[in-house]
Design a protein around this ligand. Structure first.
Ligand code: NI
Length: 138
C-alpha cells in the first residue's frame, strides 16, 4: 500500500529580498522589512514528504533516519546559519523568496530521494509561523 511519510527539519538562514535593478525605496515598497540591505534571518521549517509502498518486512516506506540524513546532506547543512543570497550554491542568482527556495530544494532532493527507491511528493516550507509555501514538482 502506498503511504506518505513526512520528515521535518529546521534551519536558520539570513537573506534579503531585493532586485538590484530597483532602488532601496522600491525594494522596501515591494518586499517590506525582508528588503533590509543589512540582511536579517528567519527560523525556517522544512517538511519533506515522500510516497512509497510499505515494505512488508520493515513496515516502513523508508527508514526516516536515512531520509533525515539525506535532507541534511543536500539541503539543511548548506543553508543552516548561512546567508542564502551569497553562500548557498542552489540559490545562487535567485531571488531568495520562500517560493524560489522551495522549488530549489525540490530540485536538490528529487534525484537523491529517487535513488532510495521512493518518490518525492511534496516540499513545504514555513518562513514564519503564519506562512507556508508548498511545491509538488509541477
Ligand atoms: Ni525575510
Amino acid at each position: 500500500m502506498e503511504t506518505y511519510v513526512t520528515r521535518r527539519e529546521r534551519f536558520s538562514s539570513a537573506h534579503r529580498l531585493y532586485r538590484k535593478d530597483w532602488s532601496n525605496e522600491k525594494n522596501y515598497e515591494v518586499f517590506g522589512p525582508c528588503s533590509n540591505p543589512q540582511w536579517h534571518g528567519h527560523n525556517y521549517e522544512l517538511y519533506v514528504t515522500v510516497k512509497g509502498e510499505v515494505d512488508q518486512q520493515t513496515g516502513f516506506v523508508i527508514n526516516i533516519k536515512e531520509l533525515s540524513n539525506l535532507i541534511k546532506e543536500y539541503v539543511v547543512n548548506k543553508l543552516d546559519h548561512k546567508n542564502m543570497n551569497t553562500e548557498v550554491d542552489f540559490m545562487n542568482g535567485k531571488l531568495a523568496s520562500t517560493e524560489n527556495l522551495v522549488i530549489a530544494i525540490w530540485d536538490e532532493l528529487e534525484q537523491p530521494i529517487r535513488s532510495l527507491g521512493i518518490e518525492l511528493y511534496r516540499v513545504k516550507i514555513s518562513e514564519t509561523e503564519n506562512n507556508f509555501v508548498e511545491y509538488y514538482g509541477k
